[in-house]
Design a protein around this ligand. Sequence first.
Ligand code: GDP
Length: 303
Amino acid sequence: ERKYEHGLSKSRSSFGQSLNRLFANFRSVDEDFFDDLEDTLIQADVGVETATSISDQLRDAVRLNNIKNRNEVQNFIVQKLVEIYDVPDQQSMKLSENPDGPTVILMIGVNGAGKTTTIGKLANQYRQEGKKVLVAAADTFRAGAIEQLAEWARRDHVDIVQKPEGSDPASVVFDAVKRAKDENYDILLVDTAGRLQNKVNLMKELEKMNKIIQREIPGAPQEVLLVIDATVGQNALTQAKLFRDVADITGIVLTKLDGTAKGGIVLAIKQELGIPVKYVGLGEGVNDLQTFNPEEFVYGLFK
Ligand code: GDP
C-alpha cells in the first residue's frame, strides 16, 4: 500500500497538482473553466476524447443546473474519471487461473516495455503464494533477454525453460507447455519477442505460440498481457492498438508509472482501447508491481 502511494507520487503530484490548481482558482463554471479543465486533462495524457467528453458532460450538468459549486464540480469530475473504468469489483481485475491444469500467461509488447521484468515480479508473487512456477524464455531475439530472465528465475527460485539465442520461440514454448503439464506446474509465464516492425511476422509468431499452447493445454492461455511503458505517453496507445490487431489481449500491465508525470494515460488506455490496466509497474525491484485500483488512483489525485 505504501509502495503504491510512493510509486505513483510523481504521477499524482503533477496531475493532482494541476487539478488542484484548477480548483484553487475556481470562481464559477464558465467557458474559461471548461477550457482550463480540458487543458489540464489533456496535459496529464487522459486523451483528447476523454477530456472533451468529461468537459461536455460537465457543461450539460451545469446547464441542467444540477451542479454549480466547487465541491459539486470536483465530485462530478472524480466520478466521471472513475466511471471510465467501470470496474464492477476488484475481483474482476485479478488474473484468471486454469482450474484443470497449468495457468498460462503470455507477456507481449515492444522491446524495452518491461516484459521480462514484469515476469520476474509476477513469478515472485505467485511463488510467494505457494504456487509452482515455470517461466519460458521465448524472447530468443533480443540480446540478453534470456540471461535476464534466467537471472530473475534464480532470484525468484522458480524454474526456467530456455534455449540458445536465435532459437525458434515456438520450440521454447512447446518444451515449456510440455514440462508445465508433465510436471504439474501451477503457473507458466511466457516471455515473447516484441518486434513490431513486422506486423505480419509478429502475428504469425503469436499465432504459432497460441496454437501450441491451446493444443497442449485446452483453454490456455488464460491471460495475454500487453506490457506498455507509461513514459512513452500517447505513443503507448498507438502501440497498444497495433498489438490489439494481432492478439486477444486480456489485460494491460502499465510499467514505469514511477517515472512519469502523465498518469492520466492509465485512464486513456481503458477509455480508448476498452482493455483494463490490471497491473502497474512502479519501479525496477521485485516488489514494484501492484494491482491497479482506479478509485484509489483518481481519489488520490485530489489529495
Ligand atoms: P522487455 O524488453 O520488454 O523485456 O523489457 P525489460 O523487462 O528488459 O525492461 C526494460 C527496462 O525497464 C529495464 O531496465 C527494467 O528494469 C526497466 N523497468 C521495467 N519495469 C519498470 C518499472 O515499472 N519502473 C521502472 N522505473 N523501470 C522499469
